[in-house]
Design a protein around this ligand. Structure first.
Ligand SMILES: CC(C)(COP(=O)(O)OP(=O)(O)OC[C@H]1O[C@@H](n2cnc3c(N)ncnc32)[C@H](O)[C@@H]1OP(=O)(O)O)[C@@H](O)C(=O)NCCC(=O)NCCS
Length: 292
C-alpha cells in the first residue's frame, strides 16, 4: 500500500485479514468510539465474516478495521468500519471499504446493506448506498407489571428459529443464530402453535445489560406480550433492544416500557443490487447494527 488519492499513506501500513485472536485489539478501536461491544462480539463478528474481517496495521498497531459478512451468497453486510483517530483522513477507511466490497463481489453477493452512524452515512454514498430506515438502539430498566414469562425455548427449537429468521431477515444466518443461543447466559422464548413457530426472542448477558435480539413475531400484539413478559423476567435489570423504524410497533413497544434511545444509525442499501427481502413488519428487535 503506497498512495490513495491525494492522501499519502506510509509504506509500512499493511492490510491483512483479522483472526479471532485480534478481537481484543479491534475492541480498543470500537471502545474508543464509545460503542458497547465486547471481545466476544468481535470474536463472533470475525467468525461470522468467514475471512471477511480486515485490519490495517502500522507496525504492530491496528489502526483501521472493517468487516463484511455474507449470507446465502446473495446478501452481504458491511460493519465496524473504524479508523484510529490519529490516522483519519488519509484514505484508510476507503481502502477497507474497497477491500470489503471486492470480497463480497467475489462471493457473488448482489445486495449489500449496512447500519451507518448517522453522521457518517455520507461516506457510503459514493459507492451507491442509499438510506432506507433508521436503526435505533434503546436501553433502560423496563417498567412492567405483567406476569413473568419464563424462557420456554430449547435446543430442539433452534432449527425452527433458523428457518423463521431466514424468512423474516431474508437470508440464512445459521451461524449467527447458533452462536447467539449458545452465548453467555442465553435464554430463548418461543411462541408455538403445534408445529408452527409464530415468534421467538433470544437474550444473552452482555457486560452491563441484557441484550435482546432477535425478537421476531408475525403478530404485533403477541410481540408486545412477549417483550413485556421477558422484561418482567429480568425485573430490575437493564435491557437493550435495537429496533428498526420500518417496524413502528417495535418502537412504540420499547418506548412504552420506558427504554430510551441512546444511539441512532441509518440503514443503507446498495441500490444496484435491489432491496434486501427483509420482512420488517415481523422484525421487532435486530441482533445488532453489525449483522442486522
Ligand atoms: C468514518 C471513519 C471510518 C472514516 O475513516 P477515515 O480513514 O478517516 O476515512 P477516509 O480518509 O478513508 O475517507 C474516505 C472518504 O470518506 C469521507 N469521510 C471520512 N470521514 C467522514 C465522515 N465522518 N463523514 C462523511 N464522510 C466522511 C472522506 O471525505 C473520504 O471521501 P473522499 O475520498 O471523497 O475524500 C472514521 O472517521 C471513524 O472511524 N469514525 C468513527 C467510527 C465510525 O463512525 N465508523 C463508521 C461506522 S458506520
Amino acid at each position: 500500500m503506497t498512495t490513495n488519492g491525494t492522501h499519502p499513506i506510509a509504506s509500512e501500513l499493511k492490510i491483512r485479514t483479522l483472526e479471532a485472536d485480534d478481537a481484543n485489539r479491534a475492541l480498543e478501536l470500537s471502545r474508543a468510539e464509545g460503542w458497547l461491544q465486547n471481545a466476544r462480539d468481535w470474536e463472533n463478528l470475525i467468525r461470522w465474516s468467514e475471512g471477511g474481517a480486515y485490519g490495517i496495521e502500522d507496525g504492530n498497531t491496528l489502526v483501521a478495521v472493517g468487516v463484511c459478512c455474507s449470507w446465502g451468497n446473495t446478501r452481504g453486510r458491511l460493519a465496524n468500519i473504524i479508523t484510529h483517530r490519529d490516522y483519519r483522513h488519509r484514505g484508510l477507511a476507503k481502502v477497507i471499504i474497497q477491500t470489503l466490497m471486492r470480497t463480497l463481489q467475489k462471493r457473488g453477493v448482489s445486495v449489500i446493506d449496512l447500519d451507518a452512524n448517522e453522521d457518517v452515512s455520507k461516506m457510503y454514498a459514493p459507492y451507491g448506498f442509499v438510506a432506507t430506515h433508521d436503526v435505533d438502539l434503546y436501553m433502560g430498566t423496563p417498567k412492567t407489571a405483567v406476569p413473568v414469562l419464563k424462557p420456554n425455548g430449547t435446543e430442539a427449537d433452534i432449527d425452527a428459529i433458523i428457518n423463521l429468521d431466514t424468512q423474516i431477515f431474508g437470508a440464512p444466518r445459521p451461524l449467527v443464530i447458533r452462536d447467539l443461543v449458545h452465548g453467555p447466559d442465553a435464554k430463548i422464548w418461543v411462541d408455538r402453535e403445534e408445529e408452527q413457530l409464530n415468534g421467538y426472542l433470544i437474550t444473552h448477558r452482555h457486560d452491563s445489560f441484557i441484550k435482546v435480539g432477535p425478537w421476531v413475531h408475525h403478530d404485533p400484539t403477541q410481540a408486545r406480550a412477549m417483550l413485556e413478559g421477558v422484561a418482567s423476567y429480568y425485573q430490575g435489570a437493564k435491557i437493550r433492544v435495537d429496533t428498526i423504524s420500518a417496524n413502528p410497533h417495535a418502537v412504540s413497544i420499547v418506548k412504552d416500557l420506558g427504554l430510551e434511545c441512546f444511539r441512532q444509525c441509518q440503514n443503507m442499501v446498495l441500490t444496484s443490487g435491489g432491496k434486501p427481502p427483509l420482512r420488517a413488519q415481523a422484525y421487532f428487535g435486530i441482533v445488532a447494527p453489525t449483522v442486522g
